[in-house]
Write a protein that binds this ligand. Structure first.
Ligand SMILES: Nc1nc2c(ncn2[C@@H]2O[C@H](COP(=O)(O)OP(=O)(O)OP(=O)(O)O)[C@@H](O)[C@H]2O)c(=O)[nH]1
Ligand SMILES: [Mg+2]
Length: 363
């Protein structure tokens, strides 16, 4: 399963955010814990379309798409040199498919700041630098090994050239996700699980006092995120964690008071899911309504394979209707067919987020 690793400086609110997202109730403390084994939770991806399909079909079983969140220990300055939890921490980051990077924006005199002052832009760079250094050291290790070879085979020569290109890019303090890579390059790099290649969602962890005020560094963070192609979300960490424990009625009232239209949690999970480059397609029936996860750009054949290898092996066609069309036709397949909205697609059809698919197959 794909997972999102929650990273950030010590005491930035990572576990608080983990609790907001997962409602897991993990322990939150005002001092850095030094805990190495991360909190983990697999949670359903909120999707109103899935809820509606379940309501319409009354299936015996309803299976939503899921994504895993992993709450990691704080990443200290110099972690790449082994400081703090250092390398063990970084190996957990390597397992994650995407990063949720929590940046502390709240001011709380009871909670020490590892850099003493509040400066979200600086804090973001500290963590980024550690990730860059970790990738650099992996590259330098490998380049060292390649240099020892007396007669490198052609693939090794190509690997060396590629790694040198990556190294030079990192030297400029740029993450690898900003590098233009061919499909072949990507394949060659996959085994390294580079940290700066992972998609990242930056989460500004705000205080309730910061709801309506203009934040001095707000613009700088927005600029940084947009220049670097990162997602950016604002969350009222502690407040939303407390809110998650309220009854639905109280929650609605609380949100209205704050002028929020949706709990941060649902928005965040969806953001993380799409940052991972994932989309959902649905299969529906009396037995089961299920949301399946597919990499963006996946084909009808990939969708068949996700369901069962037999379906991919004996694939004939995929019958596809867009969720929006299905809804507009009041969830009637007959009406969709009449209007020509029920497509029969071949193997190479690119699945769209929200497609409802039935695979025709023969084995
Ligand atoms: N005022 C305020 N305090 C917060 C907020 N978010 C977290 N805190 C406090 O900051 C402290 C640390 O929060 P955690 O969520 O444990 O932080 P962490 O990043 O997981 O910390 P480590 O795992 O030790 O690195 C706790 O005392 C929280 O109550 C917030 O939005 N506002
Ligand atoms: Mg924590």
């Amino acid at each position: 399963m794909l997972s999102c690793g929650i990273v950030g400086l010590p005491l930035s609110g990572k576990t608080t955010l983990f609790n907001v997202i997962t409602k897991a109730g993990a322990e939150v403390k005002p001092y850095a814990g030094g805990k190495t084994d991360p909190n983990r939770a697999v949670i359903p991806v909120p999707d109103a379309r899935f809820d509606k399909l379940t309501e319409i079909c009354h299936p015996r079983k309803a299976t939503p798409a899921v994504v895993e969140f992993v709450d990691l220990a704080g990443l200290s300055r110099d972690a790449s040199k082994g400081a703090g939890l250092g390398n063990s921490f970084l190996s957990f980051v390597a397992e994650s498919a995407a990063l949720v990077h929590v940046v502390r924006c709240f001011d709380n005199p009871d909670v020490p700041h590892s850099e003493e002052t509040l400066d979200p832009v600086r804090d973001w760079h500290i963590v980024e630098t550690e990730l860059i250094l970790r990738d650099l050291s992996a590259i330098e290790n490998r380049l060292g090994k390649l240099a020892e070879k007396k007669r490198p085979i052609p693939t090794e020569a190509a690997e060396q050239a590629l790694l040198e290109r990556c190294r030079d890019h990192l030297y400029e303090e740029r993450p690898l996700r900003e590098m233009a890579l061919s499909g072949e390059d990507e394949k060659a790099l996959r085994g390294f699980t580079f940290l700066t290649q992972k998609p990242e969602l930056v989460v500004l962890n705000l205080d309730e006092t910061q709801i309506s005020s203009d934040l001095p560094w707000g613009e700088a963070m927005e600029k940084l995120a947009s220049e670097r192609g990162l997602g950016l979300a604002r969350v009222f960490g502690r407040m939303e964690m407390e809110m998650a424990e309220l009854l639905p009625d109280e929650q609605a009232e609380f949100m209205a008071e704050l002028g929020l239209t949706e709990p941060g949690r649902e928005r965040l999970i969806r953001e993380a899911y799409s940052r991972l480059g994932l989309i959902s397609f649905f299969t529906i029936g009396k037995d089961e309504v299920k949301a399946w996860t597919l990499k963006k750009g996946g084909t009808a054949l990939d969708a068949a394979g996700a369901i069962h290898t037999d379906l991919a092996r004996g694939f004939i066609r995929a019958q596809v209707v867009r969720y929006d069309d299905f809804e507009a036709c009041e969830f009637s397949s007959a009406a969709c067919r009449e209007k020509g909205l029920l497509g029969l697609e071949g193997k190479d059809y690119t699945v769209r987020d929200g497609d409802i698919i039935e695979i025709r197959f023969n084995v």
